[in-house]
Ligand binder design. Structure first.
Ligand code: HAM
Length: 420
């Protein structure tokens, strides 16, 4: 222990568990790499206004949860609370929408920061893998993203998750619904905070989990009844494409999501083993966001999957990922001369691409063999003075326990052959 600890609401990834996180990131992004999405990386912080305009002043994310700072030069920055606004900003800045065919399909992976009340599955620093398809209004694109997320979770072995699907309408029909909802909500018996929300973000009131609020919401107008014909047809097409792909979803007309930029398709992946923080991923269409941040009209759709919560979901389902050992050969020298010889062999193995490690620190045979075991290496190479005098090393197969003398010169070839 040092004097310091990881800040509240954060945790470190350390071996061996950290390997699981890498494997999850890999699995979540693999379907994207395979479907025409190119990798994008943006800074960990942005101009505050990008998020207040993009994500929305009235959202919890912007009004309560952003880590903001003023730089010595006077710039107002925020640690990124999410990826969509940043990715769209970067795509516009690089003119990606003008360079090639639309949609521009991008994927990303990184750290995000929200000043939330920490609990299981809710952290102040967390990690997401995300995808954004920018510049096309095509229900097949919405369906593609949902199908790829479903595939990603399934390749990890997850089963107990559900896909919730909704349409939030567009700039034609949503305002009409919003008016009707506000009128309904104003008649209810609500606390001051919730009353304020009626003006700022009435759809969020529907998301209020308190029973005394939920009770009063029975009979509230539902967006589905207000969708314009274009939104209805679009949504039907998304649903049909998902069904044709064999992806099972649930219609959830209460699904609003915590970010203001959404239009039409919205969805969430919820896992039933996670308690209250059950959303392992979510996303939707954001046809107006580009214009909100000063760009041209670029209808787009995307999602972000939470890496931390996906790991928790794996644990909830008792799934152990098969993680190949990172070390194939572990070298244990006995004596000074052996140290130099085996160190050179380890270097040689690494140069030809064999994962190899070495007993550092000059400990005795027992300690070194413990390290070899812990490394998970398939083979251990041991050599002492007598071996070297005969020009051999002892190669031990840690799986079968068999040990054989191998000529020093033949070691690298022998190991490569055995591993192949
Ligand atoms: P979001 O729903 O805010 O959407 O976050 C996506 C996922 O990130 C959540 O489902 C959850 O798994 C994870 N997550 C969010 N907050 C936390 C937290 N405090 N601790 C742990 N995990 C968390 C977005 O961020 C949108 N940018 C998604 C999107 C992309 N929409 C369109 N394109």
């Amino acid at each position: 222990m040092s004097t310091f600890k990881a800040p509240k609401g954060t945790y470190d990834l350390t071996p061996p568990d950290s390997a699981k996180y890498l494997a999850v990131r890999e699995a979540l992004s693999a379907p994207l790499k395979n479907s025409g999405y190119g990798y994008i990386e943006t800074p960990g912080f942005e101009d505050v206004a990008l998020f207040s305009r993009g994500v929305g002043e009235s959202t919890d994310i912007v009004s309560k949860e952003m880590y903001t700072l003023t730089t010595k030069g006077g710039s107002e920055l925020a640690l990124r609370p999410e990826g969509t606004a940043s990715v769209l900003r970067a795509a516009l800045e690089a003119n990606l929408h003008k360079l090639g065919n639309l949609p521009v399909k991008l994927w990303y992976s990184g750290s995000y920061y929200r000043y939330e009340r920490p609990q299981k599955g809710r952290y102040r620093h967390f990690s997401q893998v995300g995808a954004e398809a920018i510049g096309a209004e095509d229900p097949a694109l919405d369906a593609e993203l949902i199908i790829l997320a479903d595939q990603a979770y399934r390749t990890l072995g997850l089963q107990n998750f559900r896909i919730l699907l909704n349409s939030l309408g567009d700039k034609e029909c949503r305002p009409i619904y919003r008016d009707a909802l506000q009128e309904f909500l104003r008649e209810l018996d609500l606390d001051d905070d919730t009353r304020r929300r009626i003006d700022l973000n009435p759809l969020r009131v529907l998301d209020d989990k308190r029973p005394e609020v939920q009770k009063q919401l029975v009979g509230a107008p539902v967006l589905r009844d207000y969708l314009c014909d274009a939104c209805k047809a679009y949504h039907e097409e998304v649903r049909d494409l998902l069904t044709a792909a064999g992806v099972v979803y649930e219609d959830d007309e209460k699904l609003v999501r915590g970010l203001d930029y959404y239009t039409r398709t919205t969805f969430e992946f919820v896992h039933d083993g996670l308690g209250s923080q059950s959303a392992v991923g979510g996303g939707g269409r954001y046809d107006g966001l580009s214009e909100m941040i000063g760009g041209p009209a670029l209808p787009s759709v995307g999602w972000a999957l939470g890496v931390d919560r996906t790991v928790l979901a794996l644990e909830a389902e008792g799934i152990e990922l098969e993680l190949p050992s990172s070390t194939s050969v572990f070298a244990v020298p006995l004596g000074e001369e052996a140290r130099r010889v085996l160190f050179a062999k380890v270097t040689e193995l690494r140069r030809v691409g064999v994962a190899a490690d070495f007993a550092f620190g000059g400990r005795g045979l027992k300690g070194a063999m413990k390290s070899a075991n812990r490394s998970g290496a398939r083979f251990t190479v041991v050599a002492g003075e007598r071996d070297l005098a005969e020009g051999v090393v002892q190669l031990k197969d840690m799986e079968s326990g068999e040990q054989q003398a191998v000529a020093l010169d033949a070691l690298v070839a022998e190991v490569r052959q055995k591993l192949a």
